[in-house]
Design a protein around this ligand. Structure first.
Ligand code: G
Ligand code: G
Ligand code: MN
Ligand code: NA
Length: 254
């Protein structure tokens, strides 16, 4: 079978699952998670989205897959809404360019939220710079509409694209996510360290929350804290976890 056929079957047979990677404050308090899709392939085992998302984007299958991800994340949020330890957690969902560009993107997102009963204030959408360069006014309008319903926006992989500062300033973002390539270099490369520091202060001067991604060592964490970054995601804190493991983590059992 072709990859496209396999992906269609995967959708039908519910072969996708979500993993949850915690996001933490400088006091190591859990504030939420990024939702990361995996494909439980019947023959090849757990398959990374890095392998199938690009193809899903090309074939358009990212639309039903993306809807499934959003719906599953929203159902989770709705279930957590009833649990004291979980109800403040925010879920960050990756949105691909093709999804965001759909004329009915807003209606689709709002319908999923409505159906699930999730609190929209607990939902954050992760966008990347490359998807925001065309039709900027239209993009801003879409973001504003969803923000009016309570959703937040994070700019993923920040620093790897080509955003100008004036462009960044126009976007109604809530958060910048420093790309892990800069975090990795913080102690090996003075330029990496300078870039990470610059992104933190840039984000702050734009009034945005800044989160560092791919934090693996306590040295990196310390460097970031000194630079004024107080939100972290990375293996030092937690790997992406299956739902049961993530819930245990959130309940303080891990
Ligand atoms: O989870 P990580 O292991 O390997 O993810 C690899 C890539 O796949 C990352 O770039 C991540 O943003 C992307 N990704 C993970 N989950 C989703 C998803 O639900 N939708 C989209 N569009 N991308 C995702
Ligand atoms: O592109 P995006 O930023 O959405 O994808 C996040 C990716 O980063 C996922 O593939 C996730 O598994 C990976 N990731 C998260 N934390 C770490 C980390 O501490 N180290 C490394 N190497 N990868 C990480
Ligand atoms: Mn992401
Ligand atoms: Na990222």
């Amino acid at each position: 079978a072709t990859l496209e056929e396999d992906l269609r079957i995967a959708l039908q047979d519910k072969q996708f699952i979500l993993h949850y990677q915690g996001q933490f404050t400088s006091e190591s308090k859990l504030t939420g998670a990024e939702v990361l899709v995996r494909w439980k392939h019947p023959e090849q085992g757990m398959m990374s989205p890095a392998l199938f998302i690009p193809f899903a984007e090309e074939s358009g299958l990212i639309l039903p897959i993306g809807n499934w991800v959003l719906e599953t994340a929203c159902n989770q949020l709705a279930a957590w809404g009833k649990l004291p330890n979980m109800r403040k957690l925010v879920l960050a969902v990756n949105v691909s360019a093709l999804q965001f560009r759909q004329p009915d993107f807003i209606e689709t997102v709002l319908a999923i939220i409505e159906r699930s009963g999730a609190n929209p204030h607990r939902l954050k959408l992760e966008l990347t710079e490359s998807m925001l360069v065309e039709n900027v006014d239209d993009i801003i309008q879409k973001m504003l509409t969803l923000k009016a319903h309570g959703l937040g926006f994070s700019l993923d992989d920040f620093g790897t694209g080509y955003s100008s500062l004036s462009f960044l300033k126009r976007l109604p973002l809530d958060q910048l996510k420093i790309d892990q390539s800069f975090i990795r270099d913080v102690h090996s490369d003075p330029n990496g360290a300078a870039i990470a520091k610059t992104i933190v202060s840039l984000g702050k001067s734009l009034g945005l929350n800044v989160i560092a991604e791919g934090v693996e060592t306590s040295e990196q964490r310390e460097f970031l804290a000194n630079a004024g970054c107080f939100a972290y995601q990375g293996y030092l804190f937690s790997r992406p976890l299956a739902i049961q493991d993530f819930e245990e983590l959130a309940m303080g059992a891990l």
